[in-house]
Ligand binder design. Structure first.
Ligand code: RIB
Length: 305
């Protein structure tokens, strides 16, 4: 069921919620090397929770469906999501510790991330079936790939059957079933994720990448290009280009891609088009890179409503 243009409708984000354990270092350690880092900081993260937070701060009616542990990290995530205005009724507390992301940040604002296993793995197809009405009747369902792939397959397949719009941010990249790819409208990836999905190692232009991804079955594809903005194409032959918003200083890129997805989802969930969605995503990402943390860097998004 697609939203009518201008009609405010619900976005359901299904996915990961992580406690981000962030350490700043001068450079990444080599294999077998020990280096000193800053005092660690724990902040709310996880691609799913970040995307829901961004969409809520941008004014979307958004619910988050995910799993956290019955622990301090779970409490941190629940209250951060609720404070941003996300409906957390569907956030389950499970008997597995909250997932943790180990994040190393270098002075250029770039990050390396390891997501450790935890409660995200409890977001099973069985749990999703229990809440099926809540997500299948949304105007837009948003997922990423930090949760079990069989859960992504279930939601994608059901959205395809019911005609519910499904946005998949294929991060971190995984090889995906044909049906999952067919359900995407849009599939959202960066260049390295696109290369994995396409199985290419050499250089390819953004338009070649989008064309290649469209051949895998999505109705539309959004390719994010970092400081070069984003492009999008549809199976109907449309093409969109969006420049990145200028920023004063890049402080921390963690969660910038999620901010982009949150902005895009806010527009698509209201029945808007890809051109407006890319512009909203670019504005949200510009806010995110100018402050520290993932969701912690999103506060300025309220001013973009
Ligand atoms: O995209 C950024 C996010 O990736 C971080 O918040 C971290 O939790 C990982 O999921």
């Amino acid at each position: 069921m697609m939203a009518e243009p201008g009609e405010a409708r619900r976005v359901v984000v299904i996915g990961s919620a992580n406690a981000d354990l962030v350490v700043r270092v001068q450079r990444r350690p080599l294999g077998g090397e020990t280096i000193a880092g800053s005092r660690p900081v724990v902040t709310p993260g996880g691609k799913g929770a970040n995307q829901a937070t961004a969409a809520a701060l941008l004014g979307a009616d958004v619910a988050f469906l995910g799993c956290v542990g019955r622990d301090a990290h779970g409490d941190l995530l629940r209250s951060a999501l609720a404070d941003a205005g996300v409906d957390v009724e569907l956030l389950a507390a499970v008997d597995v510790p909250t997932s943790v992301a180990l994040i190393v940040l270098t002075p250029d604002g770039e990050n390396s991330i390891i997501v450790a296993d935890g409660a995200n793995g409890a977001l099973t197809p069985e749990l999703l079936r229990q809440h099926e009405t809540a997500w299948a009747e949304a105007s837009l369902v948003v997922m990423q790939l930090e949760v079990p792939l069989e859960s992504v397959a279930l939601v994608a397949g059901e959205c395809l059957r019911r005609g519910t719009r499904f946005l998949l941010n294929a991060a971190p990249a995984e090889v995906l079933d044909a049906e999952v790819l067919r359900a995407c409208d849009p599939l959202v990836v960066n260049e390295s994720e696109a290369a994995i999905l396409l199985g290419v190692t050499g250089a390819a232009t953004p338009s070649d990448m989008v064309a290649g991804l469209l051949r895998l079955g999505p109705a539309s594809v959004v390719l994010t290009l970092g400081a070069d903005g984003a492009v999008a194409g549809t199976a109907a032959g449309e093409w969109f280009e969006q420049l990145a918003e200028p920023v004063r200083e890049v402080v921390d890129t963690t969660g910038a891609g999620d901010a982009f997805v949150g902005g895009l989802a806010t527009v698509l969930g209201r029945g808007g088009g890809l051109a407006d969605g890319l512009a909203a995503g670019a504005r949200a990402a510009a806010v995110a890179v100018q402050a520290s943390g993932a969701a912690a860097s999103y506060a300025g998004m309220r001013g973009l409503r």
